[in-house]
Write a protein that binds this ligand. Structure first.
Ligand code: ATP
Length: 449
């Protein structure tokens, strides 16, 4: 077995002095080095029974767990370690790896940076590349996402954990949704462009629009297009990011975010999954999250600074979880249902996603008729799937083969509409907790009203 000779030697020495913790640690680390993580685990445990508070041993045990794929065990130890004093820098590196495995990339970056700033020798170019951390640290923006800087001591002129972009798309890139586009124009675009006119009619400017509806029906797409429509910056904030990542620092970060938007007008601030924030206040689990919600509401009210020029949009798939305080005037006082696209809108979306691709004359209407209940994202999936199949064919002949209506219809037949499930729960909320007719649009859509 790997490392048998050296390990045998160490075991023999240890048999003479079983209480020699440094020697046992060496054995455990050697085992770990040879990939014998289960045996290493035993030795680290043994050593820890003799020296309970040894941080290096705890870290070793966590690494042994990690190597065996027992990441939940590993994370418990590491989280405890990083709360203590004199945390070994390598603990941050391991924490970073574990977070990375869990998909918590931004936090993983934070922890990686911390490890490396404390101990240069921990730099791991391969892992850093996976995280998108550059040697010169310029890769803070990765795939359009601005990463968190460690310790929250980032440059407050740019918001963390959110993507800042200047979208190239506008309302023309959004299929259907005509009523919604008009609402957005009236409520937030025209007031921005024609302030005096609105003032003359005594219309106060401010507040945001909350969109709700089944997933994939274009809420984010429309918000992004709103920014493109007026050539504004677009900042997309996942509320779960705010809650998970900014613990302890959340209110400050939220304030910085609004401040950034106010100083970069016109700017569209888009809050995705906003219900997560609302829900946390209803649960009243922690005073920390309660504060965060209050801070969010205060920012929406523009308590200290005016939000003029900042267009606020939010989206949720679960409006019923949202704190009613969000719906007060001046906050999200316009709540819009974003239904699945109707037949003409589906044809439109198809046309948009086929733009620039090799096609025969396509009967968009025929595909639209066969795709009842498909979301915008589902329509895009039809095109993606068709393109993939065509590419595979084209690679054989090395000639582009145009997409036909038949290709699209058969791709549609192989896919399932993704909006139905959402309506199962939405229907219940609309029927049984329809405060003030809030969900009348759902009932109308389902022809229950
Ligand atoms: P979720 O609730 O899951 O966040 P969503 O309602 O925000 O979903 P989007 O992310 O905007 O949905 O839509 C997913 C993708 O589907 C978009 O990036 C876009 O490519 C396509 N899409 C959806 N609706 C439309 C539309 N009306 N016109 C053109 N493309 C659309």
């Amino acid at each position: 077995m790997a490392g048998d000779d050296s390990i045998r030697g160490l075991r023999e020495a240890l048999a003479q002095t079983p209480d020699n913790v440094p020697l046992r640690k060496l054995l455990a680390e050697t085992l770990l080095g040879f990939g014998r993580a289960d045996e290493a685990e035993q030795e680290f445990r043994e050593a820890l029974s003799r020296d309970r508070n040894n941080a290096e041993l705890k870290l070793g045990l966590a690494r042994a767990f990690e190597q065996q794929g027992k990441s939940s065990h590993a994370i418990v130890i590491v989280e405890q370690l990083i709360k203590e004093r004199d945390t070994p820098a390598a603990a941050y590196l391991l924490h970073s790896r574990l977070l990375f495995q869990q998909g918590d990339i931004e936090f993983a970056v934070t922890e990686y940076r911390r490890a490396v700033s404390e101990d240069e020798s921990l730099r791991d170019p391969v892992f850093a590349a996976e995280l998108g951390v550059d040697a010169d640290e310029k890769s803070d923006v990765v795939e359009g996402k601005v990463r968190a800087a460690w310790n929250g001591e980032d440059d407050s002129s740019s918001p963390s954990l959110s993507s800042v972009e200047r979208p190239k798309i506008n309302f023309g890139s959004v299929g259907g949704m005509d009523a919604l586009k008009e609402e957005i124009r009236m409520k937030i675009i025209y007031p921005l462009q024609h302030r005096e006119m609105f003032a003359a009619y005594g219309k106060t400017i401010g507040g945001g629009i909350l969109m709700y509806g089944p997933p994939g029906c274009g809420k984010t797409h429309l918000a992004r297009a709103t920014a493109g429509e007026i050539n504004a910056e677009f900042i997309c904030i996942g509320i779960n990011d705010v809650l998970d990542m900014w613990i302890g620092n959340s209110e400050k970060k939220l304030h910085e975010l609004f401040d950034y938007a106010r100083s970069h007008q016109p700017c569209v601030l888009f809050f995705d999954e906003v219900d997560a924030l609302g829900a946390s206040r209803t649960d009243m689990k922690t005073s920390a999250s309660r504060h965060l919600v209050n801070q969010f509401l205060a920012e929406l009210d523009g308590a200290k600074s005016s939000n003029e020029g900042v267009l606020i949009l939010a989206a949720t798939n679960a409006p019923w979880h949202l704190d009613p305080a969000f719906r007060r005037p001046g906050r999200f006082d316009r709540i819009l249902f974003v239904p699945p696209p109707d037949e003409p809108a589906r044809a439109d979306i198809l046309r948009l996603h086929l733009t620039g691709k090799p096609v025969e004359t396509i009967d968009h209407g025929q595909v639209a008729r066969k795709t009842k209940d498909f979301s915008g994202a589902d329509m895009k999936a039809i095109v993606d799937q068709t393109v993939e199949a065509k590419l595979r064919e084209a690679m054989k002949t090395m000639r582009p083969i145009p997409i036909t209506t038949g290709d699209l219809v058969s791709a549609a037949a192989s896919l399932k509409p993704s909006t139905k499930e959402w309506f199962t729960s939405a229907r219940n909320y609309a029927l049984y907790s329809n405060q003030g007719g809030l969900y009348d649009d759902i009932l109308k859509y389902l022809k229950l009203k």
